[in-house]
Design a protein around this ligand. Structure first.
Ligand code: GDP
Ligand code: MG
Length: 150
């Protein structure tokens, strides 16, 4: 019998997560990954890496016209980051829910940003915000990984 295709109706997704330099420096990689695992997200690729300025600028190119762009890039290259591909049911939205609002002061209690972030710049985590950005961002760090899990 033919192997079942990865159904187009399936809500199993892959998304890119970055544990940012502030959280890596705080030694909470494990605690943050634990939250993903407890929520049913599986780490299917991961590595600790140091972004160059050019890489950080390219990754955040969508924000290049924003007043905070230089601060954002300076922060993202200030130390190592832990990049991961997370897989699971509604992974993109689930990861965003676990992260909490961009500004940790506005993030709901119990979210990663509420618990680990210090400011809107040093806000502990990045997560892809839609299927299109997940595809681009997964390919940015893990070109060998198929974002559709095939
Ligand atoms: P995210 O998807 O929740 O990470 O937020 P955005 O995509 O809107 O912004 C990307 C990143 O830029 C955020 O995670 C922050 O680190 C930073 N950022 C966003 N808005 C601001 C801002 O108003 N001021 C500063 N300093 N940084 C910001
Ligand atoms: Mg964003």
């Amino acid at each position: 019998m033919k192997k079942p295709e990865f159904s187009s109706m399936s809500t199993i997704e892959r998304t890119l997560s970055i544990i940012k330099p502030d959280a890596v420096a705080k030694n909470v990689i494990g605690q943050i990954v634990s939250r993903f695992e407890q929520a049913g997200l599986k780490v299917v690729a991961a590595r600790l890496t140091q972004l160059s300025r050019a890489e950080a600028e390219r990754f955040y190119a969508v924000h290049s016209a924003r007043p905070f762009f230089k601060d954002l890039v300076d922060f993202m290259i200030s130390g190592p980051v832990f990049v991961q591909v997370l897989e699971g049911e509604n992974a993109i939205l689930k990861n965003r829910d676990l992260m909490g609002a961009t500004d940790p002061k506005k993030a709901e209690k119990g979210t990663i940003r509420a618990d680990f972030a210090d400011s809107i710049d040093a806000n502990a985590v990045h997560g892809s915000d839609a299927p299109e950005t997940a595809a681009v961002e997964v390919a940015f760090f893990f070109p060998q990984i198929d974002v559709h899990g095939r």
